[in-house]
Design a protein around this ligand. Structure first.
Ligand code: CA
Length: 245
């Protein structure tokens, strides 16, 4: 790992695409590497979460809340290539950059064949990693990748603003996160437990009515006075954002 950090160089890279609000999942069991990358990315404005175990990482990776996943290959529990293969088998298109050791040539080739978007070889420069993160996001549609849309509802992940029919909607951070999870996959029904885990974390009592209360508030804000209601309740199951026809 190269510890040198030239803020000038990363500043130039950061100008290419705004890193604010870009969510990165680092899957890495070497705490020194994970810590270095996390710190470096956070300094650039990325939102970063670290997972050091393959099984937990797979659950987080498939949650649909990340813009990029940095994936180590050798992990305790499920290994990186298995995580990648399963994500792609489930049609999860989140960009994945493999973090590989120099000796892992076979794994790199296998990873690219399995649908990895890119790889970096450890040790790497932080600037190189950031450039590759921006490159894979751009390849997925650039700034468009940071803007989610369902009907006339637009959710901008970079500025954390939501608009319906061009009208700005004022949301609390929780309401925004809740909306983000739903709008990332229109048509998919999320149970209360899934929403609780994704938006509030795992430590909350599953009996809490936090989800329902926030859904009601969100519904008032995005559907009030608008045409077709977008936030749907699927009785006995959960909630979804209606998929555009
Ligand atoms: Ca490892």
């Amino acid at each position: 790992m190269t510890e040198s950090s030239s803020s000038g160089a990363s500043g130039a890279v950061a100008d290419l695409l705004d890193s604010r609000g870009v969510k990165v999942l680092i899957v890495e069991d070497e705490s020194r590497v994970a810590g270095f990358v996390k710190k470096g990315l956070e300094e650039q404005g990325f939102l970063v979460e670290v997972c050091d175990h393959g099984d937990a990482a797979y659950e987080r990776a498939r949650s649909g809340v990340f813009d990029v996943i940095l994936l180590d290959v050798m992990l305790p529990g499920r290994d990186g290539l298995s995580i990648l293969a399963n994500l792609r088998a489930q049609k999860q298109t989140v960009p994945v950059i493999l973090l590989t050791a120099r000796s892992e040539l076979d794994e790199r080739v296998q990873g690219l064949n399995l649908g990895a978007d890119d790889y970096v070889t450890k040790p790497f420069f932080l600037e190189e990693l950031i450039a590759r993160i921006f490159a894979v996001i751009r390849r997925r549609g650039g700034d468009q990748g940071l803007r989610l849309q369902a009907g006339d509802l637009v959710v901008d992940l970079a500025t954390r603003e939501a608009r319906r029919g061009g009208q700005p909607i004022t949301l609390t951070p929780r309401e925004f996160n809740l909306l983000e999870v739903l709008v990332r996959t229109p048509g998919r029904v999320f149970t209360r437990t899934q929403l609780l885990e994704r938006v509030w974390g795992y430590d909350f009592d599953p009996q809490t009515n936090l989800v329902d209360v926030n859904i009601q508030r969100l519904r008032k804000k995005i559907d009030a006075g608008a045409g077709e209601p977008l936030l749907e309740t699927v009785r006995g199951v959960g909630y979804r954002i209606r998929k555009a026809d």
